[in-house]
Design a protein around this ligand. Structure first.
Ligand code: SF4
Ligand code: SF4
Ligand code: FES
Length: 248
């Protein structure tokens, strides 16, 4: 930190058009990027748009790109970063203003999944939840829907296949639904046809971006892809389906 000062370059503008504006602000011990951004907003540029809520890495709303890496602003320490610190909105999503992207697709996707392939309980009145049943979904339940994995995934970021692929966060949500022992839904057809699971080519970039350290690719996506492949691309099952029809 030069002379107790931190230099930020913050994207300012609307609908993708804008510039990186430089701000020099005083450094404070333990400062995170969100502290710097809120300082700029309160003391230097009151009209800067930024989204945040908890400042505790739990609500997922302060997701942005910091020095080119999708990160939570409230979890990223200033002292660990090279200066100037470049802060910009998540680029995979449509831009609204300054650091705010339009992430309404997330809500739409989740709502659609709940309607079409949501939790569907078995009819078993005597069933009791055990500790190990709760444990199974714990990792996936930790998702804070920050969108950082979605911002990183090339299928959405570069190819913009938002209409065809639900992306890593919602494949994680599907994996979570699958862990519930009372669940009876079969989601494989939906995941293949509407969820676009086969667009994922297991690059694992989403896993690296996840602030909750969910093993998105290894624990959520790969097991789901394997089941989809077994169900729809296994030649023996395909022959069985032709002979007997419907689900093999
Ligand atoms: S592993 Fe799949 S979901 Fe994750 S970033 Fe790569 S293509 Fe996207
Ligand atoms: S899986 Fe991780 S990176 Fe993706 S939305 Fe959830 S918490 Fe964020
Ligand atoms: S403000 Fe809630 S995750 Fe950063």
């Amino acid at each position: 930190m030069k002379n107790g000062e931190v230099t930020f370059l913050v994207f300012r503008g609307e609908r993708e058009k804008g510039i990186f504006k430089e701000y020099k602000i005083p450094y404070q011990e333990g400062m995170v990027v969100l502290d710097g951004i809120l300082y700029i907003q309160s003391k230097l540029d009151g009209d800067m748009a930024v989204r945040w809520n908890c400042k505790a890495a739990k609500c997922g709303s302060c997701a942005a790109e910091i020095n080119g890496k999708p990160s939570l602003m409230c979890k990223t320490k200033v002292k660990d970063l090279e200066q100037p610190i470049k802060v910009e909105p998540m680029r995979a999503y449509p831009h609204i203003k300054d650091l705010v992207s339009d992430t309404s697709w997330n809500m739409k996707t989740r709502r659609n999944m709940i309607q079409k392939i949501g939790f569907s309980p078995k009819k078993d009145a005597n069933w009791r939840m055990k500790d190990q049943d709760i444990e199974k979904g714990r990792e996936f339940r930790a998702c804070i829907e920050c969108g950082l994995c979605l911002d990183t995934c090339h299928v959405l970021r570069e190819h913009k296949l938002f209409e065809k692929f639900i992306g890593p966060a919602y494949l994680t949500f599907a994996a979570y639904l699958e862990t519930h022992p009372m669940d009876s839904a079969n989601r494989l057809k939906w995941l293949k046809e509407e969820g676009g699971i086969m667009y994922c080519n297991i690059t694992k970039c989403c896993t690296e971006a996840c602030p909750e350290e969910i093993h998105i690719t290894d624990n959520a996506i790969i097991p789901l892809k394997e089941r989809v492949a077994d169900e729809f691309f296994d030649p023996i099952r395909m022959i069985a389906r032709k002979i007997f029809g419907g689900k093999s």
